[in-house]
Design a protein around this ligand. Structure first.
Ligand code: HAS
Ligand code: CU
Length: 539
């Protein structure tokens, strides 16, 4: 039996419940924007729903899923999770925080969207709950590091297993990212939301937010990459291209994903264009490990397709296990991420960002990236891992087989029109496609309707997923547990110590880079004349 199975299942369960609730909100938003009357339809409900959707999917579903995956990887590659009591304490802290924040949102007092930009003001419970969620995740970080160190002390000369290497880089990115969030919430937002100070500086708060918010996206992505690299080649029937290249890629994510964030603030005043340019460089740097990943995962899949007898330039693609729900989820995630990454390169260019910033393009972009590359990989992984954790076979294999394809099709319908309508000038975060009947908005409506159809298909897919998982857990009989195995590498790791396994060194380098790229712009913001704002709760 896999170590810490109950802990893993508990974290997964919270993730899936959050996902289901968030999906319900999402479908209402998609159809409401297309002008369909939904129950309680009003601008107030719309933004409440968008806040709940963003927080539940982007912050709760991801964080709990990643914590589950971290424990699974530690339990299977190192043999044990050290500090189980702490891990459970972290789970409860994060869960209590999640419940508090969710209730604050549902009460209608905290409609501030998932980025909670000041001067939008939420009830203090919203921020306190979110703080507890992060504290819970820090405990997870502590348990992961403790498990790694205990293993390292017992195995001084050995290379850390590859999947654990990837999870450790995820932990490090999360710690470096949440340092910015801690300043924003503890120093700026909490005193203001409790009324101890009456004004807040939106730009300074936002700058600390994006110090956190950008690496946050890699905190989501890297666990998906861990699965693409260390599990999928085996599921596909082949081997990973190279162990060493993978380690270099993971380390590059520590170095390049953390000293970035100002590309979310290209249009913000008070930050010089020079520092924005520096962040543009680091943004393009962060594309590099994903491009290497594209090469490596395709090479691994080709290896699998040829091992299955595939020939010719593309003949191997057909022979991949397209009916396996985990494989299909990941392959479709990869195809979608190729599009999402392409959009990312456009966002990152200062001049082109001006065309897409704050338009519907952005919601198109992040539903391809976090909403598919990450979320669909996680969903597919559930089908694979549950029989290994519990011995229960997936209850509705046909539904599971179709579900990733539905997601893929639904997401193209949702995201591509959003990209186009964004280029046509439709802002993001708007309540209706009609936009108070202004003439320019007429041309948006067909595309908004198309994206609503995508939203409905996505909802059907989400319910297929949740239904299959719930029935599997409640109805499928327990049988033999399938083995939990990772992919072998065509080029295995070289024996002996390696610089790529020195997490402390890379963390220190990344911290230094963060100080270099954020120190001067933040110093300037803190020392120049500022005009902070009172809080607003428009809903
Ligand atoms: Fe982004 C905004 C730039 C990646 C998430 N991004 C966002 C927001 C979110 C988000 C949530 O520079 C909105 C935030 C908000 O609410 O305001 N993003 C990038 C760049 C990348 C990128 C350069 N984003 C991500 C990932 C995310 C994510 C990953 C979540 C997981 N993004 C931006 C910028 C903005 C932004 C600006 C601000 C815009 C604004 O103005 O507000 C890159 O990392 C992308 C690199 C990826 C690739 C693709 C590699 C392809 C692979 C698969 C290939 C395999 C295949 C195999 C095709 C280069 C690895 C198929 C073969 C078979 C046989 C199946
Ligand atoms: Cu970013």
């Amino acid at each position: 039996m896999i170590a810490a199975t109950r802990l893993i299942l508990a974290n997964l369960a919270v993730a899936i419940v959050a996902f289901a609730l968030g999906a319900l909100m999402a479908v209402m938003q998609a159809v409401a924007r297309a002008g369909v009357q939904v129950p309680f339809g009003s601008a107030r409900m719309y933004y409440l729903s968008v806040t709940a959707h963003g927080v539940l999917e982007a912050l709760v579903f991801t964080t709990f899923f990643i914590m589950a995956l971290g424990y699974l990887v530690a339990g299977t590659t190192l043999g044990r999770v050290a500090g189980l009591k702490w891990a459970w304490a972290g789970f409860w802290v994060a869960l209590v925080g999640t419940v508090i924040t969710t209730l604050a949102i549902l009460s209608g007092t905290s409609t501030v969207l998932y980025t909670f930009y000041p001067p939008l003001l939420a009830h203090p419970a919203f921020y306190l709950g979110a703080t507890l969620l992060v504290v819970g995740s820090w405990i997870w970080c502590g348990v992961m590091i403790g498990s790694y160190r205990a293993w390292r002390a017992a195995q001084p000369g050995e290379r850390v297993p590859l999947a654990m290497h990837g999870m450790m880089t995820t932990v490090i990115i999360w710690i470096l990212a949440t340092a910015g969030l801690a300043v924003e919430v503890l120093v700026l937002i909490l005193p203001w939301s409790f009324g101890l100070v009456d004004r807040i500086d939106p730009i300074i708060a936002r700058t600390y937010f994006w110090w956190f918010g950008h690496p946050l996206t890699y905190f989501w992505l890297l666990p998906a990459y861990v699965l693409w690299y260390t599990v999928i080649p085996r599921v596909a029937g082949g081997r990973l291209f190279s162990d060493s290249v993978t380690r270099v890629v993971f380390v590059q994510f520590i170095l390049f994903s953390t000293p970035v964030g100002l590309h979310h603030q290209f249009t913000d005043p008070g930050i010089s264009s020079g520092w924005k340019l520096v962040h543009t460089f680091t943004t393009y740097a962060i594309m590099f490990p994903s491009l290497v990943t594209a090469f490596t995962v395709i090479a691994s899949l080709e290896n699998a397709g040829r091992a299955r007898g595939g020939t010719g330039l593309f003949g191997w693609i057909r022979l991949l296990p397209w009916r396996d729900p985990f494989f299909a989820s990941v392959a479709l995630s990869m195809l979608t991420f190729a599009l999402g990454g392409f959009g990312g390169a456009i966002n990152a260019a200062y001049a082109m960002n001006a065309m897409v910033h704050n338009t519907a393009w952005i919601q198109g972009h992040f539903h391809l990236t976090v909403g598919t590359a990450v979320a669909l990989t996680f969903m597919g992984f559930t089908y694979w891992v549950l029989p290994r954790l519990t011995g229960r076979a997936i209850a509705w294999p046909r539904v599971a087989m179709v579900q990733p394809y539905l997601w893929f099709v639904g997401m193209q319908f949702f995201s591509i029109p959003n990209h186009i309508v964004g280029l046509m000038g439709m802002p993001r975060r708007v309540y209706t496609g009609e936009y108070q009947d202004v003439a320019a908005a007429q041309a948006w409506i067909p595309l908004v309707n198309l994206s609503a159809i995508g939203g409905v298909i996505l909802f059907v897919s989400a319910m297929c997923y949740v239904g299959t998982i719930v029935v599997t857990m409640l109805v499928s009989p327990r049988g033999e547990r399938l083995p939990m195995e990772y992919a072998e590498a065509m080029a295995p790791p070289e024996p002996g110590p390696s610089i790529w396994d020195r997490f402390g060194v890379w963390t220190a380098v990344a911290a230094l880079m963060i100080i270099i790229v954020y120190g001067p712009p933040l110093y300037r913001l803190h020392t120049m004349a500022r005009f902070p704002s009172l809080g607003f709760s428009p809903f």
